[in-house]
Design a protein. Structure first.
Length: 277
């Protein structure tokens, strides 16, 4: 499978699946048909669309078997530095709590239950967007532009999903999109720095949990903070020493140029990949 075809298959497959579920829900609402079973099934089918087509493209383009994808998804045995980096970015993302933000009251066990829920309804999205789609974009595009394109696609996917789960009508569009843009840079920087899918899955889930348990009361300072986080994420990606650890786009580009001379290898998940500089 060629690069452009891989991108097309992923986007068309993902959006065709979730758009079909949206159409079904539109028809059900139009004819006043209500079914809890259909609602659950629709949320499930829409929610897994990016992961499902990510798996398909990962298998046909990167030649990653399903077992390897599952192992990468649950690869918790990674460097403690990767966890510290994730924690650092999460703290930055929610540092608005120091500027008037609030934490809602909750039972001590609720965050743990929510975390596992958001692994399935949240973290699983990383298979599609950070594990497959953005790495394909970065074969030809710099990190910043790849992240922006991923953000636009991811944002549209979320809006369709929110129509399915019924939350679109109450969604505050601008704050949500700004937060999603920030998370796009956080998660993409983490994947490039760590090459670990689980770190992205975990971070995504924790961000979802904290978003449900906190209230932002000062939008202007929060926007400035998110711009700062985006700049930090870009700095993390640009200033690096080893492609084995951080996934330099420049080194990736070099590799894919040399790929024409040598037999194709799986740079996306090759532990022995090195930067040719």
């Amino acid at each position: 499978m060629k690069r452009n075809k891989a991108i097309a298959v992923y986007l068309l497959g993902t959006f065709s699946q979730i758009a079909s579920v949206c159409l079904l829900f539109f028809l059900l609402n139009h004819f006043s048909i209500h079914s809890n079973l259909l609602s659950i099934l629709g949320i499930f089918l829409g929610g897994i669309s990016s992961a499902l087509w990510g798996i398909i493209v990962a298998n046909h383009y990167f030649h990653i078997p399903f077992k390897k994808i599952v192992n990468d998804f649950f690869n918790i045995h990674t460097s403690y530095k990767h966890y510290l980096l994730s924690f650092f970015l999460i703290v930055l993302d929610f540092s608005f709590l120091m500027f008037g933000g609030q934490i809602v009251e909750f039972s001590w066990y609720l965050p743990f239950l929510m975390f596992f829920k958001f692994i399935v309804f949240g973290g699983i999205e990383e298979i599609g967007w950070r594990y497959v789609f953005q790495p394909i974009l970065q074969e030809k595009l710099p990190y910043f532009y790849s992240t922006i394109l991923t953000f636009f696609s991811w944002a549209l996917w979320h809006l369709l999903f929110f129509y399915i789960d019924g939350s679109l009508a109450t969604l505050q569009i601008l704050p949500f999109l700004f937060g999603l843009l920030t998370n796009s840079f956080i998660l993409s920087a983490l994947y490039i720095k760590t090459k670990n899918l689980w770190i992205c899955v975990m971070t995504h889930s924790i961000i979802n949990v904290l978003s449900q348990l906190t209230i932002d009361t000062n939008r202007s300072e929060t926007y400035l903070l998110k711009i700062f986080i985006i700049l930090v994420s870009c700095y993390m990606v640009i200033h690096k020493k080893d492609v084995h650890r951080v996934g330099s786009w420049f080194c990736w580009k070099q590799y894919y140029s040399l790929e024409k001379l040598f037999a194709k290898e799986d740079i996306h998940h090759n532990e022995n990949t090195r930067c040719f500089i």
